[in-house]
Design a binder for this molecule. Structure first.
Ligand SMILES: CCCCCCCCCCCCCCCCCCCC(=O)SCCNC(=O)CCNC(=O)[C@H](O)C(C)(C)COP(=O)(O)OP(=O)(O)OC[C@H]1O[C@@H](n2cnc3c(N)ncnc32)[C@H](O)[C@@H]1OP(=O)(O)O
Ligand code: NDP
Length: 689
């Protein structure tokens, strides 16, 4: 790494006329088709970059050093953070895997990097006088990438960094003696309150100077209260302040050669330095990861809306080319480049959903919470329903499990954060915009064949399915630092989750059946014919019954022998015999008469007798008696009912008497001749009176 500016170690640089240092068609008449004008332009140049520790800044530094090896120096404005100096921070940044290729090609690349301590929200960018002097003397090109990209940033802070810092940097740029170009990175969504966006700077929603002035004296609480009114139809403070920043760039550009790059949604790299590089959760990356982990199951997005993703290396190639073009061709006014894909090679959110899911099924993330299975919907209510069923309910269950196993519940908290994040993104995934990208095309046409390859931003060549696959794998490798060698274990984990799901679904189905469906007479009438007949052939002969009607127990033929056991049991049902009529009855009940064996009980109960219908039903209880044995002719009467822990009490002579509550205690008292048949609870007691 080069010595810090402050140490005054930057060699003086002979100013060059940008026009003579390039292969401008205007200057040279013709640009040799194979000449790499762009990298040649950067040879011997000093470049100032803000935001070099960020996602795009890093890629810019890497590409500049790799493809323009003759560049003289990179001054990187970096703030101290968490006790780390700018020097230490850039050292850490350069350890990133992103720089592996460069490290291999040029192990000394770091010598050209000169970190400069600068807090952009401070007056004068918190630059020392010495640093100001060095920068103003040496810098040829400025790339201003730093910004807060948080959607929920308080307005004052977003204004300070995105607008005021830009203003200050422009005023520093005005003092620079040999500045050829100032490139400001904006966003394609700076004007997202419009549907069609041209490559022009639109009038600001408010005069930036006035807003800055007004907010100076207001305290944070007041600003928070008036923020929604101020930002109007912008969805967040980020896009709003980026719109103001563009306006400031135009106002303060003076005689500078200025270009504005407006990337749409910046995603993982397409080709350089290798496919799929990404290092953060911003934009769609966090959504992909959450879906791959099986946490995110639903999101509001329109299947048919264009997903205007743009690979980070495309943005950086265009930015470097724009730096060259701005310096060499010095456009009369600020040139804006909408750096988008939708108008050229459109791809839709529905397609993205499909490719993300299929990639994560083939290359699962480790320790997934559930199997990846996410869907997008544009319908608010459907989305809310799935949030409840697929997010909140499982989170609740999982937290319950954690609580019971003595751990701290965390899933609900994770989901709340996820909902907050996706709630902020949905604005962008539920509608689409049209960007004019003429300047991007124009710039491409200005490049030599060599440059078009080296600084490729021709998104017509982008194969979306392949890109999305590399993107997802990139999140696995570079954001989550997972090893591809562990994929078999991750697949095994998914299989385990699938089995758990099947088991859970089966239990749930049985539960729903028991609680809701089996209680419904109508459902029984529909389902009975479909149910298997579990009686044996012998039983059928002896105790035929009609299963496909509501009549269950016609007693046909002569009574079987006295000892004949009670018969059928379907489902959870009871067997007993006529003398000792009892048995474990969990949820159901059979009631029968004294002579005949009880007949069928399906589901929860059939009660009948031959002469009189069974009598009382109390709560969940059946009580009846029969004076006479069941007869052949009469069907059983009451097929009923939810019997949780139920009870049949009867006797042969007198009706049963008491039934108590939901049959926690059921007391049947009766009969002097026959044994009583009390059943208590799950038939813990049987007794004869
Ligand atoms: C259904 C699946 C199929 C997929 C198909 C459909 C996909 C639709 C995707 C739609 C995406 C649309 C994206 C549009 C964006 C366009 C905007 C214009 C482009 C730009 O100009 S700027 C770049 C965009 N900016 C952002 O994306 C920033 C958004 N982030 C924020 O504003 C904040 O981070 C947020 C979300 C408010 C959270 O704040 P907070 O709770 O304070 O958390 P932190 O930021 O401190 O982060 C804590 C921790 O969480 C990680 N993190 C951050 N975001 C996510 C996320 N989305 N998912 C998961 N994890 C996330 C973060 O890295 C931190 O981790 P640490 O380890 O550092 O603690
Ligand atoms: N990512 C995207 O999808 C898109 C991004 N853009 C634009 O691209 C640019 C770069 O975005 P991206 O790289 O993704 O953003 P990052 O958040 O990854 O990087 C932001 C950079 O700004 C620096 N920074 C923030 N605050 C300060 C400060 N007070 N003083 C000095 N430096 C500061 C950060 O430094 P530190 O490490 O110290 O925090 C970091 O280097 C932004 O202008 C953004 O608006 C546009 C469209 C889409």
């Amino acid at each position: 790494m080069g010595r810090r500016l402050r140490d005054g170690n930057v060699a003086s640089h002979t100013p060059q006329n940008p026009r003579t240092n390039s292969c401008s068609r205007w200057e040279l008449g013709v640009c040799a088709a194979v000449m790499a004008c762009v990298s040649e332009f950067y040879a011997g140049k000093c470049v100032l970059i803000t935001g070099a520790t960020g996602f795009m800044g890093k890629v810019l530094v890497e590409k500049l050093l790799r493809s323009c090896p003759e560049v003289k120096a990179l001054y990187l404005l970096i703030r101290t953070k968490q006790g780390q100096s700018s020097q230490q921070r850039i050292h850490t940044t350069l350890q990133s895997k992103l720089f592996d290729r460069l490290r291999e090609e040029n192990p000394d690349f770091h010598k050209k990097i000169i970190p400069v301590s600068s807090e952009l929200t401070q007056p004068g960018l918190a630059l020392s006088d010495e640093d100001v002097q060095t920068l103003t003397q040496n810098v040829h090109i400025i790339f201003h990438c730093a910004a807060t990209i948080r959607f929920d940033e308080p307005l004052k802070h977003a204004l300070q960094l995105n607008v005021i810092a830009t203003q200050q940097l422009l005023s520093l740029a005005q003092q620079m003696q040999q500045l050829h170009a100032f490139i400001h990175i904006s966003t394609a969504y700076a004007n997202c309150n419009r549907h069609h966006i041209d490559e022009v700077i639109y009038p600001p929603p408010v005069e930036p100077g006035k807003l800055i002035h007004s907010l100076e004296w207001m305290d944070d609480a007041i600003i928070r209260d008036i923020t929604p009114r101020l930002i109007g139809d912008w969805p967040n403070t980020y896009t709003y302040t980026k719109a103001l920043a563009e306006c400031v760039v135009q106002q303060e550009s003076g005689k500078l050669n200025v270009g504005i790059i407006r990337p749409s949604i910046v995603g993982a790299s397409w080709q350089e330095p290798f496919p799929g590089w990404i290092d953060n959760f911003n934009g769609p990356s966090g959504v992909f990861i959450a879906a791959g982990k099986g946490i995110l199951r639903t999101m509001r997005a329109s299947n048919d809306a264009v997903a205007d993703l743009i690979p980070v290396d495309v943005v950086i190639n265009l930015t470097l080319a724009a730096g060259w073009y701005t310096a060499v061709h010095r456009p009369k006014s600020v040139l804006v480049y909408n750096c988008t894909t939708g108008g050229i090679n459109p791809f839709h959110w529905g397609e993205i959903e499909h490719h993300v899911m299929s990639t994560f099924k083939r290359n699962p993330l480790e320790q997934a919470f559930r199997r990846p299975n996410a869907n997008i919907t544009s319908n608010y209510l459907i989305n809310q329903y799935w949030i409840l069923v697929s997010h909140k309910f499982p989170a609740l269950l999982y937290d319950l499990f954690l609580r019971l196993s003595g751990q701290k519940p965390q899933m609900m908290r994770i989901f709340n954060r996820l909902h907050k994040a996706i709630g902020l993104l949905e604005y962008f995934s539920s509608q689409d915009w049209e960007w004019n990208s003429d300047n991007m095309n124009m710039l491409m046409n200005q490049l030599s064949t060599e440059d078009r390859k080296m600084f490729n931003f021709d998104v017509r060549q982008l194969n979306w399915p392949e890109y999305i696959e590399n993107y997802c794998i990139g999140t696995k490798k570079y954001v989550l630092n997972e090893d591809m060698a562990d994929i078999p274990a991750a697949r095994q984990h998914l299989r385990k989750l699938r089995n758990i799901r099947y088991t859970f679904n089966t239990v749930l189905l049985v539960f729903i059946w028991r609680v809701f469906i089996a209680r419904s007479q109508m459902a029984r009438n529909i389902c009975d014919p479909l149910l298997p007949d579990l009686t044996t052939d012998t039983q059928k002969l002896e105790y035929p019954y009609q299963q496909n009607t509501a009549i269950y127990c016609p007693c046909l033929g002569p009574a079987p022998a006295h000892q004949a056991p009670c018969t059928t049991v379907y489902g959870r049902m009871t067997v007993y015999d006529r003398v000792w009529p009892y048995d474990r009855v969990r949820q159901c009940m059979a009631v029968y008469d004294s002579v005949w064996p009880c007949t069928t009980v399906y589901g929860r109960m059939a009660v009948y007798d031959s002469v009189r219908p069974c009598t009382t039903v109390y709560g969940r209880m059946t009580v009846y008696d029969s004076v006479r044995p069941c007869m052949a002719v009469r069907p059983c009467t009451t097929p009923y009912d939810r019997v949780r822990q139920c009870m049949a009490v009867y006797d042969s002579v007198r009706p049963c008497t008491t039934v108590y509550g939901r049959v926690r205690q059921c007391t049947a008292v009766y009969d002097s001749v026959r044994p009583c048949t009390t059943v208590y609870g799950r038939v813990r007691q049987r007794m004869a009176v």
